[in-house]
Ligand binder design. Structure first.
Ligand code: IPM
Ligand code: MG
Length: 360
């Protein structure tokens, strides 16, 4: 098969980790007889430097024309980078949000799995981590507080800021359907997370999820309040299969979930539209403190590329091969700094990529 992949390396560690993912994709192409074409595009801080804006129409158009988008990370140090002196709508993150919206990527899939080889890096008590966990967080990505109207103004001499949290039933239904669909292919359990004891949007969320659940009698589902969910994630993460939640809750809970896998450097993600099109990026940030030092963990990006093979290209064997290679590299004891533990072999970002390629 021939596929056109739009590549946004971005800022910070982005270029390093994406380079490793492309190495892995090239190995897959060679082994399975595919051709992948890559088109490099700018978004985020690098686009501000080159074009004065974090996202150009051209980048949007080229992404739309591609079969999938592979992304690294964007943004810089929010206290020191000149990008954060710009108005909010011109900062790197605004580019990412606008791109998600322009491409209609409303469903963000973040799989959180505790690799048994990394159970030592899991900060939970051993009796909890010993049970392992394998959950998928389905985060709504183009609605809620992130996209509601916002403003800062002075009212009677008092500076006041407003952000609006809004969801309509259609936005909730389509993400709930995605969650139940993917639960059917997993362990058939959905936990819908909300704050229905306080928020109207959450009460609507519950109502719509209940309607959708009727179409999936085989799937067990439950509602959980977000504060309780934050607690359950560290108390008993094994209880979760698919978790579905709104944009902001999903942002926070997915960082929490990533930490109990050992490192955010392990957490892949796929952002999908109604069809098979998606943008694939690690869940972690641009880590400006270690950028350019060949120290970053490329595994989340490599696993995101595997998700691209699986979900956008229907290349199941190829995706399995990448995931198996990651497992073998961990079995063999290779570790980047973030997941290093005693007795293991510390490798650089590029060495980690090379090792994974070797095992494919
Ligand atoms: C994420 C990130 C983004 C988000 C930032 C960079 C805008 O934290 O993908 O989780 O909040 O969605
Ligand atoms: Mg986040």
């Amino acid at each position: 098969m021939t596929k056109n992949i739009a590549v946004i390396k971005g800022d910070g560690i982005g270029p390093e980790i994406v380079t490793e993912a492309i190495k892995v994709l090239d190995r897959i192409a060679e082994k399975y007889g595919h051709t992948f074409y890559y088109e490099q595009l700018l978004m985020g801080g690098c686009s501000i430097d080159a074009n004065g804006v974090p996202l150009t129409d051209e980048t949007i158009e080229r992404c739309k024309a591609s079969d999938a988008v592979l992304m690294g990370s964007i943004g810089g140090n929010t206290s020191t980078s000149p990008w954060y002196k710009l108005p909010p709508q011109l900062r790197p993150e605004a580019g990412l949000l606008a791109l998600r919206k322009a491409l209609g990527l409303f469903a963000n899939l973040r799989p959180c799995v505790l690799f048994p080889q990394l159970s030592g890096a899991c900060p939970l008590k051993e009796e909890i981590s010993a049970k392992g966990f394998d959950m998928l967080i389905m985060r709504e990505l183009t609605g809620g507080l992130y996209f509601g109207e916002r403003r800062t103004e002075e009212i009677n001499g008092v500076i006041t800021a407003v952000d609006t949290l809004k969801y309509d039933e259609n936005e909730i239904r389509r993400i709930a359907v995605k969650a139940f669909d993917v639960a059917m292919k997993r362990n058939k359990k959905v936990t819908s997370v909300d704050k229905a004891n306080v928020l109207d949007t959450s009460r609507l969320w519950r109502k719509v999820v209940e309607e959708v659940a009727k179409d999936y009698p085989e799937v067990k589902y439950e509602h959980m309040l977000v504060d309780n969910c934050a607690m359950q994630l560290v108390k008993d993460p094994a209880q979760f299969d698919v978790m579905v939640t709104e944009n902001m809750f999903g942002d926070i809970l997915s960082d929490e979930a990533s930490m109990i896998t050992g490192s955010i450097g392990m957490l892949a993600s796929a952002s999908m539209n109604e069809s098979k099109f998606g943008l694939y990026e690690p869940s972690g940030g641009s880590a400006p403190d270690i950028a350019g030092q060949n120290k970053a963990n490329p595994i989340a990006t490599i696993l995101s590329a595997a998700m691209m093979l699986r979900y956008s290209f229907d290349m199941t064997a190829e995706a399995d091969a990448v995931e198996a290679a990651v497992n073998k590299v961990l079995d063999a004891g290779y570790r980047t700094g973030d997941i290093m533990s005693e007795g293991m072999r510390l490798v650089s970002c590029s060495e980690m990529g090379d090792k994974i390629v070797e095992f494919i």
